[in-house]
Ligand binder design. Structure first.
Ligand SMILES: [Mn+2]
Length: 251
């Protein structure tokens, strides 16, 4: 016995044992486990065990506005045609870096002039900001935020003043009921930033297989609940991750 009880020991010593045993048929352990996770209906249980291929999930199911996606794609097509410089404005955590890579690859595959921007860790400014925009090496015509931007009022206003259009893609809860003045806002709280970027990338390129590995990485690292579309991205993305040719992700 240690001389001093650790806090864990104290908890287990003090805590009364109060086991709640769920009723279960001996043969139906799977059903019991699913119900304990809140998956009661047959449909929820089937979806949990056999997630839908993300290629088949509609934007409407994710509460992503198709009107905003169409508007954003029209602006991207214009940028492609005129070879305008585009910056993907990301974040430095795993979700932010994965999101940035997903959209950079999508646009690069179409021949866009596109650069990634990841803020420096410990920089007090995180998310689209005037200081971030000013630190760009070259002035872009279009900024696409990933995993940030839904509350970037100052960043959007500054970009506008500089003659730069902004497309926001984000999954964070908005801090205010107002939205920043951006050209288009692609937003849902149902996914991680990488999930939002993946579905937007799918709409831009019509390629349903690329970067699923990165979408899974961001989704899992951001610790969003692994149900619904997140589960789909995790399942299909993990199997792609096993065969990835990405140097940094190869085991
Ligand atoms: Mn995130």
């Amino acid at each position: 016995m240690p001389a001093v009880l650790s806090s864990y020991d104290k908890i287990i010593t003090v805590m009364p044992k109060n086991w709640k045993i769920h009723q279960s048929q001996p043969k139906n352990i799977l059903s019991t486990l699913l119900i304990n996770r809140g998956l009661v209906s047959k449909q929820d249980q089937t979806e949990f065990l056999n997630p839908t291929n993300p290629a088949k999930i509609n934007l409407e199911d994710l509460k992503i506005s198709r009107v905003q996606v169409v508007k954003a794609i029209a602006r991207i097509k214009q940028a492609l045609k005129n070879q305008e410089l585009i910056y993907i404005y990301g974040d430095y955590d795993t979700d932010g870096v994965s999101s940035t890579a997903i959209l950079w690859e999508a646009l690069n595959s179409l021949g866009a002039k596109v650069l990634p921007y990841i803020p420096v860790r410990n920089d007090p400014i995180r998310g689209l900001s005037p200081a971030g925009i000013e630190s760009f090496k070259d002035k872009p015509k279009l900024i696409i935020t990933v995993d940030n931007g839904i509350s970037a009022f100052k960043g959007c206003d500054f970009a506008k003043k500089m003659g730069i259009d902004v497309i926001i893609t984000d999954h964070h809860l908005p801090r205010e009921s107002d939205r920043p003045k951006a050209l288009a806002i692609i937003h849902t709280t149902q996914l991680a930033g990488a999930g939002v970027a993946w579905f937007f990338g799918r709409e831009i390129t019509k390629n349903v297989n690329s970067s699923l590995d990165l979408a899974a990485l961001g989704t899992i690292a951001d610790m969003v609940p692994l149900i619904g579309a997140n589960r789909s991205l995790a399942k299909f993305g993990l199997s792609q991750l096993r065969q990835t040719e990405r140097f940094g992700l190869k085991l």
